[in-house]
Design a protein around this ligand. Structure first.
Ligand SMILES: CC(C)(COP(=O)(O)OP(=O)(O)OC[C@H]1O[C@@H](n2cnc3c(N)ncnc32)[C@H](O)[C@@H]1OP(=O)(O)O)[C@@H](O)C(=O)NCCC(=O)NCCS
Length: 171
């Protein structure tokens, strides 16, 4: 496996990871049987693709900001921080994925920890996360970051809350 010399950090999207982003997302989309057409557009104009994703934008009807988890030239995953949950809690404050080549190395767990620090900085004391009950890996990521169960949303997804003050900011 590739040894990362710089600890990965959540940061705004950057053109620095162009090749790694495109190949990582392509591997992930193919593996998950998802549409890959969007990658052709992204590859054609990566600068524009990145510019469209930087900063707070209205998405899912709420102010949201996308972050990429990267180490030097390596892109590992994406995470969105919504400043409030979408209507009816159909999605929480946070959404994320780690691309397939980097699975099962603790990256999602660390990525969510860093997101709680960002959320705390935004004045969010409690983060809502929603997850399908059969998504064991994501449930584990949330529970490892202190997620406490609180029923389900109208779509039947599990709701969990993370107290942002309780998650260590170091690391
Ligand atoms: C869920 C996801 C983000 C986990 O990413 P990851 O970087 O592999 O997660 P981590 O390495 O931090 O692992 C977290 C825990 O889940 C476990 N885990 C991860 N993948 C697993 C798998 N396929 N099967 C069983 N356990 C798994 C790990 O062992 C770890 O638990 P442990 O500390 O008790 O050993 C990744 O699988 C993914 O992107 N999935 C698709 C998108 C998605 O589901 N997003 C979340 C929507 S709520």
């Amino acid at each position: 496996m590739i040894a990362l010399t710089t600890p990965p950090r959540l940061a705004p999207p950057t053109t620095r990871v162009r090749v790694s982003y495109l190949t990582g997302e392509q591997a992930d989309s193919v593996h998950r049987g998802r549409d890959t057409d969007w990658l052709a557009d992204a590859a054609r104009d990566f600068d524009g693709f990145v510019a469209d994703r930087v900063g707070v934008r209205e998405r899912w009807g709420v102010p949201s900001e996308v972050f990429w988890f990267t180490s030097d030239e390596h892109y590992i995953g994406s995470l969105v921080v919504r400043h409030e949950p979408p209507e009816d809690d159909l999605g929480g404050h946070i959404g994320y994925h780690v691309v397939r080549p980097w699975h099962r190395r603790g990256h999602a767990t660390e990525m969510l920890r860093q997101a709680t620090v960002i959320a705390r900085g935004l004045g969010i004391d409690r983060l809502l996360l929603t997850v399908e009950e059969d998504n064991g890996p994501s449930l584990r990521v949330i529970e490892k970051n202190g997620g406490v169960h609180d029923g389900r949303n109208p779509d039947g997804q599990l709701r969990l809350w993370i107290d942002t003050a309780s998650v260590p900011s170091g690391g």
